[in-house]
Design a protein around this ligand. Structure first.
Ligand code: DC
Length: 226
């Protein structure tokens, strides 16, 4: 079974996906981390990020994998071509570059293949922007998770502080979120939008625990119906 969780940056997708996956005994796949890993590799190689073909070549050539740390059941380590980039992909440098990378058609088609390869291997919660619309259009459950930009900036700031990586300046974080909303929703290929059959949940005034409960209830109903 696939549970697709789409929505803008900072809506709580990662936290919600991990919690839903652990409650249901599913794996989870953070597709944003894959685009971030490509952005990191392209910068490492000194590639011009506006060059769709060159960045697409990187996306085709390097395999991205997710691994669990010892004692963990959900993956927290991201590697590209065997290099662990789990921390590097959360820096402000990558926040600023990733939307340009993820807008390129050759990059998206390479990622589509890798995402389906991983997700089709079992029961997965897959989070991203186009999971319910493009990557897994037949997903058994689709969620579109939103929150106000202000609330998302507050959460992203707390996450950066906790991880010890990324900007700690509220205005900078809010500006980055608003800029990425605009870029991710207005791009031609696989823009951020809710699938017609997605359940829309707004986490501005609901706690993460309430959102997780709603998703798990829906998933159990759908699993019962399978
Ligand atoms: O979820 P995130 O902030 O880590 O995602 C990083 C970027 O990747 C985001 O700006 C949009 C892009 N992205 C995408 O285009 N499609 C996805 N399925 C996931 C992320």
């Amino acid at each position: 079974m696939i549970i697709a969780i789409d929505g803008p940056s900072g809506a709580g997708k990662s936290t919600v996906s991990k919690e839903v996956a652990s409650q249901l005994g599913f794996s989870c796949l953070d597709t944003g981390a894959m685009f971030r890993a490509i952005a990191w590799k392209a910068l490492e190689c000194g590639i011009d990020l506006s060059d769709a073909q060159a960045v697409g070549k990187i996306a085709r050539e390097y395999q991205i994998d997710f691994q669990c740390m010892e004692g963990e059941v959900l993956p927290s380590v991201v590697t590209i071509g065997g290099t662990d980039v789990s921390r590097e992909i959360r820096t402000s440098r990558i926040d600023r570059s990733v939307s340009a990378v993820s807008a390129h058609v050759p990059v998206r088609s390479a990622m589509l293949e890798q995402q389906r390869r991983i997700g089709n291997a079992g029961n997965y919660v897959v989070e991203g922007r186009d999971i319910g619309t493009v990557v897994f259009p037949d997903a058994e459950l689709k969620i579109f998770l939103t929150a106000s930009a202000h609330e998302r900036a507050i959460r992203r700031l707390a996450q950066n502080r906790e991880r010890g990586v990324g900007s700690l300046d509220f205005d900078e974080v809010l500006a980055d979120i608003e800029r990425r909303d605009e870029l991710d929703s207005s791009r031609d290929t696989a823009p951020l939008r809710a699938a017609d059959d997605a359940v829309q949940l707004d986490s501005t005034s609901q706690t993460i625990a309430q959102i997780v409960d709603s998703i798990c209830d829906l998933a159990k109903k759908r699993m019962g119906a399978l």
